[in-house]
Ligand binder design. Structure first.
Ligand code: MRU
Length: 380
């Protein structure tokens, strides 16, 4: 297939894409988010002064993606603490804002435990708030470091699996700087391959219904000057059949003890296609996404999203006049149509070629190998 489908790479904006930051203006500390529901049309920031605004931002996917949810959750606890809100209440609301990405509850727990530990040691509320903030900042830093190490391991793995170079990588959803303290998970590997001159093409699934691929991954790839091409999710099969995919790289929202992978809905069909076409299916995720307390895929709670996300097409710029009935998008189905809208699906370990973490690569994917790699991390 000719390269005319690749992005021409003329986006000259700065390549840094900070998805989240803590600020301390004179009016008091705030958590600033890049509102991902408005991308790519507008780069609009959302300023949170309390945990309930952040909970709403998490539910609406203004802030999203497993590692970033963990960081946001931790900062949310710190925000509640420094602004004098009920920290226990905020922690519960944040941890349960979305159910599938294990990082969210983990991030909340880290900041909450730091807060509790400071109080238990006799600290006052100000010291406890500082401890929560320090824990959030630490998680943010660790995630950036993990991202860089995953990229290194991932590129090495790609070179082993695909010695010829010129990788054509298919990815799903969005796994770059917009979901991370660093450059992301799966996307960070593709970006490292691009920088090393070994990425021929990044195939970007649009990722219905909320178009994280079209709106966010294409945005990031353009900003990074990568050769990328967007496709509808259901075009992936013909792409494999044409021999145009060398590897699939995706992230994860939760990896269970047996190596089952919950990720954006549409990941599992890619794993089945990859197996049929003898293409490596690679999952890239920090160890914070591995949940040893969830034994297997069947035990994962998969978030069910509102039907209007399917019966309407999202309108990232602004709600369309007259279409405000449900979600404010453009209706594409008869009024009253019921929709099935799971946010994630689960890929069984036997379909996963490798799980790349910052602590090393798990391949073949077994419970024992996964536990061994995670045990290398001080944080698990
Ligand atoms: O519903 P979202 O947009 O939060 O889903 C995000 C994904 O499924 C990502 O692929 C996943 O969080 C991995 S990102 C490192």
């Amino acid at each position: 297939m000719a390269d005319q489908y690749a992005y021409s790479g003329d986006d000259k904006r700065p390549t840094e894409i900070p998805a989240i930051r803590w600020e301390e203006p004179p009016e008091g500390p705030v958590l600033v988010l890049l509102d991902q529901t408005r991308l790519p049309a507008e780069e609009v920031e959302l300023v949170c002064t309390d945990a309930s605004t952040l909970v709403e931002a998490i539910r609406s996917l203004a802030v999203r993606g497993a590692p970033l949810l963990g960081i946001a959750g931790a900062y949310g606890v710190a925000l509640a603490a420094v602004r004098g809100f009920d920290v226990d209440e905020a922690a519960t609301a944040l941890a349960t804002a979305r159910p599938t990405a294990v990082n969210l509850a983990l991030g909340v727990r880290r900041a909450h435990s730091a807060h509790e530990a400071a109080l238990a040691k006799g600290g006052d509320v100000r010291q406890a708030a500082s401890a929560a903030l320090a824990a959030a900042r630490q998680l943010h830093r660790e995630d950036a470091e993990a991202s860089a190490r995953m990229a290194e391991h991932g590129v090495t793995l790609l070179d082993e699996l695909l010695p010829g170079g010129g990788h054509r990588i298919l990815t799903h959803c969005n796994t770059g700087s917009l979901v991370s303290g660093g450059e992301g998970t799966a996307f960070a590997v593709a970006l490292a391959a691009h920088r090393a001159g070994r990425l021929r093409r990044l195939w970007v699934d649009e990722t219905r219904p909320l178009l994280q691929g079209a709106r966010l991954t294409a945005y990031e790839a353009a900003r990074r000057g990568m050769a990328y091409t967007l496709l509808t999710d259901n075009a992936a099969g013909s792409l494999f059949a044409a021999g145009e995919v060398d590897a699939v790289l995706i992230g994860a929202d939760r990896i269970t003890a047996d190596g089952s992978v919950a990720n954006k809905v549409g990941s599992y069909p890619l794993a089945v296609l990859a197996r049929y076409h003898h293409v490596p299916f690679i999952v890239v995720a920090p160890v914070t996404t591995v949940d040893p307390d969830t034994p297997d895929g069947a035990s994962i709670e998969v978030e069910q999203r509102p039907g209007h996300e399917v019966t309407e097409v999202v309108a990232p710029q602004a709600p369309v006049a007259g279409a405000a009935e449900a979600g404010g998008g453009i209706p594409v189905a008869p009024l009253g149509t019921q929709a099935y809208n799971p946010a994630f699906d689960v890929t069984p370990p036997e379909l996963v070629t490798a799980i790349v973490t910052e602590e090393g690569v798990v391949s073949p994917v077994t419970a024992e190998a996964l536990a061994e790699v995670c045990a290398r991390s001080r944080r698990v």
